[in-house]
Design a protein around this ligand. Structure first.
Ligand code: ITT
Length: 195
């Protein structure tokens, strides 16, 4: 069994990543590890923030761990909200106000192309590896569905006519940026185990 601490305070991410992991892998959330810490995300890239989060937890625990930073990038807003996705509106992590701000900024814009991007930072035996997952799609004209979290009700992945908010978790996993990054993480961890 490969056991990793997942350096996140977002329960939705824990649920999605647990569901995406095959047998033989188990994750411990920060809460389960008894770590109650708001980890800063001060950097300008997903990569740097992911590294910050995994490094803080590695230095605290000295155990194998990983973090992920994700964001929604739109073409017409030059990549925004991007690394600021969690705090797009008012500097506060509020899913509904973030989504409303995005819809307001895209109002009347023809190009509604967007992508979700996840960067995982794994620290194993003290060494860092990064893994990326991307899901291309478009922003719906209004929120649809109540599933998932964050921008899910307004994101329609390419290849579907439903928003992530209208999908079950299993359906979302077929397209998910997070699942794609997790798959790469699993391939890497299996290759280490085989060595
Ligand atoms: P941790 O830093 O504790 O992991 P967080 O919620 O602060 O949790 P991020 O800094 O990575 O996570 O912010 C990502 C934001 O991007 C998140 O709050 C959502 O608004 C959005 N987001 C990321 N992945 C998403 C997904 O699969 N569906 C919808 N929104 C997503």
């Amino acid at each position: 069994m490969i056991e990793l601490i997942f350096a996140t305070n977002n329960d939705n991410k824990v649920r999605e990543i647990r569901q995406a992991l095959p047998e033989g892998f188990s994750i411990i959330s920060l809460q389960e590890a008894g770590i109650f810490k708001d980890i800063p995300e001060p950097h300008a890239t997903l990569e740097a923030n992911a590294t910050e989060k995994s490094t803080v937890i590695y230095e605290l625990t000295r155990k194998n761990c990983f973090s992920e930073d994700s964001g929604l990038e739109t073409v017409v807003l030059d990549g925004a909200p991007g690394v600021r996705s969690a705090r797009f509106a008012d500097g506060e992590p509020q899913y509904a106000s973030n989504t409303n701000k995005l819809l307001t900024l895209l109002n009347g814009k023809e190009n509604r192309k967007a992508r979700f991007r996840t960067v995982i930072s794994l620290i194993i035996k003290g060494k860092e590896e990064l893994f990326e997952g991307i899901c291309e799609g478009t922003i719906a004209p209004e929120p649809m569905g109540t599933g998932g979290f964050g921008y899910d009700p307004v994101f329609i992945p390419d290849g579907s006519n439903k928003t992530f908010g209208q999908m079950t978790l299993e359906e979302k996993q077929e397209f998910s940026h997070r699942k794609k990054a997790v798959k790469k993480l699993v391939v890497y961890l299996k290759s280490l185990a085989d060595r």
